[in-house]
Each structure stands twice: as C-alpha cells, then as structure tokens.
Design a protein around this ligand. Structure first.
Ligand SMILES: [Zn+2]
Ligand SMILES: [Zn+2]
Length: 354
C-alpha cells in the first residue's frame, strides 16, 4: 500500500508497505481517503514528540471507507464511509468503564509504532473507535472532525457556558476549532491571539471569533482585560505550543477563571505566578484527546454546520507530497493552517490549494 513513512527525524519518504490485516473479529479494515497533518505529527517529524517516534507510520485524523469487517462487527459493512477516533482502549479499566477513555492507561494511539497510522492507505481499527461519516460531509471534512473533537473536549473540561468570555491563545487548527466550539456554545466575547494574521482571519471570518490580536503584542493580558471591562476572561484556552504564554494566561483570567492547557508538548516545567492563582482562585485544567461523547458531539456540530470545520483546511495534497505537506504544517508558509493528505486519484481529489 502507498505509505508516507517517517523513516527518521525530518525524513518522510514514500514507501510500499504490506497493508495491515484484521487480527480479531471485532476489527475493521479501512481504506484511508484523507488524513490531516496534526501539530503532534510535526513534533514527531522534528523528533520532539514524547511517544510518536520514527520509524513509524504517522496519521490519526483519518477518514475513509470500510473495506472489510470482522465477523463480530455489527454496525458497519464494507463501503461505509467512516472516521476513526484515534484511541484504541482496553474497555475494562475504571476510566474506560466511566466513559473517560482518553485516560485509559493502556490505550494505544493511532499513528504510533503500537498502532500504525493513516499516512498508510489502510488501517485496522476496533469497532468502538469507528464512527459513520454523515453522507453530506466530505472525506476532507471527516478528517477535520478529529481536531474539532479535541476542541469539544477542551470546552467540556473548561465547563464553558453560554455568555462566558473566552481568550484563545494560539489560533492554529486546535485554537481555530476552539473558537468555533466556543461560538456554538454562545460564548462572547471570543478573543483570539496568534502570531499569524491568516490564522486570525480564519477564526474571525468563519469561526465566530469576535476580536483578534496579532502577536507579539506589547501587553497581551492588558489588551484582553481592556476588552472585558478590566475583569479578564472566564476561560483562557492555551492552545499555542509556547509555554511562555502560561503566565500571560494567568494574568488575563477573571477571578475564579479557568485556564485550559492543551498543546504544550513539552516535559519542561510551566512557570505560573503562584500568588495570582491562589488570590484569584484560578483553576488550571489539563485536556487530552477526547471521549466517545465528544466525537458524537463533534460530528453533530460539523454535520449541522454550527462549526465550519473547513475554515482551517488550507491545503489538500496527494500522499506523494507528504514531505511538502508536513513542511507546510511546520512553517505555516503559503497561509497554511491545516494540511490534509489525500489518497484519492487526482480526478476525484477535492480542488484546493497546493
Ligand atoms: Zn490531531
Ligand atoms: Zn482502559
């Protein structure tokens, strides 16, 4: 099968690998049509991800078509259009039983040596991780449901409610989707900040952000407070891969506000001003991936158009251009936000930049 293999740090090469095979009766074989390139994959490519290491087949934002099912699979048949939640969990631990599958200590994640990913044309998945893609959503839109799902989970972890004020620090794929989910929930204002104007434009024009701030700013926290009558925001979403924003996030949070930490792929300590946290009774909340309820909600938000998932999709490239795609995702050159790789033949491929 056609595969973009992460051979070593910084080298994504085209390879012809043996497709995976169904190993037990509850599994499906899926032919991948499109796969998004995630920030975590850029980390793997640069050799800075905690568990996505070369050599491996990356790719966890998969949409495709079922090509075979095990005998015990009940909800799917060959030909079904599907997306995959990239978590393969035990189903038996206390977290799985409580529905918090993202916390399963023995979970495998798609796009790692333990579960080869969708930069290869075929993947195997357990039935619990597979969801039907609604008919009128394209495969590209299907690949965008994973980052949307992550955003739905973050908003749930933050306990975001209608009418609350929000700041999103870092408005790439996840930050953009967080703006969209915040808007769907009814948050106002939704202040987005990023170092790239094109990311801010997508958030403001298509995802419901009400204010944008181009970074670096002289005093970001002060600007956010000025937009909220001096009080600060109810929820700060720290969606940039920049630990230095953490103390700024604290400064712009309202009394008893919540700060949600998402995209910091580092083991380095995060510096937070202790007195501000205790004196204003702030909550600092971590968020990782999602649970099944989040996936269903994300599908619903995308299907109903409440979140315009395609707002972040800037490039669809053939799998053969994976190396170029991951470089675009890394540099965000050419106004890139989310780059999607496609296995479809050129004639069937969606027309978009590239
Ligand atoms: Zn992702
Ligand atoms: Zn478990």
């Amino acid at each position: 099968m056609r595969t973009a293999l992460l051979e070593s740090e910084g080298r994504l090469v085209l390879a012809d690998l043996e497709p995976p095979a169904i190993q037990s009766t509850d599994q499906l074989l899926i032919q991948v049509k499109t796969v998004g390139i995630c920030g975590s994959e850029v980390h793997a490519y640069r050799g800075t991800h905690p568990f996505r290491k070369a050599p491996t087949v990356l790719g966890h934002e998969a949409a495709g078509v079922v090509s075979a099912v095990g005998e015990a699979v009940t909800h799917f048949e060959p030909g079904d259009r599907v997306i995959v939640d990239p978590q393969w969990v035990c189903g038996e631990c206390a977290h799985c039983l409580a529905g918090d599958i993202n916390l399963c200590p023995s979970k495998r994640v798609l796009g790692t040596p333990a579960w080869p990913g969708a930069f290869g044309e075929y993947i195997v998945a357990p039935e619990e991780a597979v969801f039907l893609l609604p008919d009128h959503l394209s495969y590209v839109q299907g690949s965008l449901i994973e980052p949307l799902t992550v955003a739905v989970h973050i908003a749930r972890r933050a306990g975001l409610r209608s009418g609350e004020s929000v700041a999103v620090l870092g408005t790439g794929s996840i930050g953009g989707m967080v703006a969209g989910v915040s808007s769907a929930i009814g948050a106002d204002p939704i202040i987005v900040a990023d170092i790239r104007q094109h990311c801010l434009d997508a958030a403001r024009e298509r995802l419901g952000a009400t204010h944008d701030i181009l970074l670096p700013s002289k005093d970001l926290a002060e600007e956010v407070r000025a937009l909220t009558h001096g009080e600060g925001v109810d929820v700060v979403f720290l969606t940039a891969d920049d630990a230095s924003l953490a103390s700024t996030a604290v400064e712009m949070a309202k009394r008893r506000g919540r700060i949600t930490v998402v995209a910091l792929m580092t083991a380095e300590p995060m510096q937070l001003p202790a007195y501000s946290i205790l004196s204003r009774e702030l909550h600092v909340i971590g968020s990782t991936m999602c649970n099944n309820e989040d996936v269903r909600e994300a599908i619903d938000l995308a299907r109903s158009g409440q979140v315009d998932v395609e707002a972040i999709a800037t490039h669809v490239l053939p799998i053969e251009q994976a190396q170029r795609g991951i470089e675009l995702a890394r540099t965000k050159d050419d106004n890139a936000i989310k780059v999607i790789l496609s296995f479809e033949e050129a004639s069937a491929r969606p027309r978009m930049g590239g």
